[in-house]
Design a protein around this ligand. Structure first.
Ligand code: 3PG
Length: 214
C-alpha cells in the first residue's frame, strides 16, 4: 500500500492538486495522460458524478499518477474510494466519521477546515494538513496567513476559486501545502476532450510553482 509519507511527498512536492469532475469515465485514460504530460503526478477525482469510481479505477492504472478521491461525504464513499484504488481522500468539510473510516483504511485524509474551530478539530483528530475550502470566497491567501499564525503546524490545501492569476498569492505562503482547483481540468475542457489544453494549462501551473509562485 502507498504510505502516508509517499502521498504527502508527492502532493507536497508538486504543490498542485487538480480537482477533477468527470462525467464520463471514457475520459479517464486520456485525462491521466494529459496531466502527466503537463508534469503532474497527483490528482483528485471527485465523487460528484456517477463516473467517479470507474474513473479512479482507470486513472489509478497509470503508474505515473497518484489518484485520490474527492468530495467524499460519507464512510460508504470512503469504502468506494478504497475499492476503486484511491490512495488518499479529500472532503469539503470536517466529518469525524469520514476521518475515522479513512484512518481504519490507512488512507491519508484531507478534510475541509476553514475556521479556527474546524482547524482545532482537525488537530484534535491528529491531522495537520487540511483542505481550505472555498478558498477565495472565505478570504483567500490573507485568511490562510491569519489562521497559520496561531496554527503553526498546520498546512493548507486552498481550493475554490483559484486560477493562474491568484495562484501565486497562495504559493507564496509557506503554510500552503498544495493548491487545488479545477482550472486546468475545467469540466468543459474534459467534456470536449481538449486534452492538449489540459496539458498546456497543467504545464503553465507547474511552471508557476517552479518559479516559486512569483
Ligand atoms: C473543489 O471541490 O475543491 C472545488 O469545487 C474546486 O473549486 P474550483 O472549481 O473553483 O477550482
Amino acid at each position: 500500500m502507498t504510505s502516508v509519507h509517499h502521498v504527502e511527498q508527492a502532493i507536497g512536492a508538486a504543490r498542485l492538486l487538480p480537482v477533477v469532475v468527470l462525467e464520463d469515465a471514457a475520459g479517464a485514460e486520456p485525462l491521466a495522460a494529459a496531466l502527466t504530460a503537463g508534469g503532474l503526478r497527483s490528482v483528485e477525482v471527485t465523487f460528484r458524478t456517477d463516473a467517479a469510481a470507474e474513473a479512479i479505477r482507470i486513472m489509478a492504472e497509470n503508474p505515473e499518477l497518484l489518484v485520490g478521491a474527492g468530495t467524499v461525504l460519507s464512510p460508504a464513499q470512503v469504502d468506494a474510494a478504497v475499492e476503486a484504488g484511491a490512495k488518499f481522500v479529500v472532503s469539503p468539510g470536517f466529518s469525524p466519521a469520514v476521518v475515522e473510516r479513512c484512518r481504519e483504511a490507512g488512507l491519508p485524509v484531507y478534510p475541509g477546515a476553514a475556521t479556527a474551530t474546524e482547524i482545532h478539530m482537525a488537530l484534535d483528530a491528529g491531522l495537520s494538513i487540511v483542505k481550505f475550502f472555498p478558498a477565495e470566497q472565505i478570504g483567500g491567501a490573507k485568511m490562510i496567513k491569519a489562521l497559520a499564525a496561531p496554527f503553526r503546524s498546520v498546512r493548507f490545501i486552498p481550493t475554490g476559486g483559484v486560477n493562474t492569476a491568484n495562484l501565486p498569492d497562495y504559493l507564496a505562503l509557506g503554510a500552503v501545502f498544495a493548491v487545488g482547483g479545477t482550472w486546468m481540468v475545467a469540466p468543459d475542457l474534459l467534456a470536449a476532450g481538449k486534452w492538449d489544453e489540459v496539458t498546456r494549462l497543467t504545464a503553465e501551473a507547474v511552471a508557476l510553482v517552479a518559479k516559486g509562485g512569483k
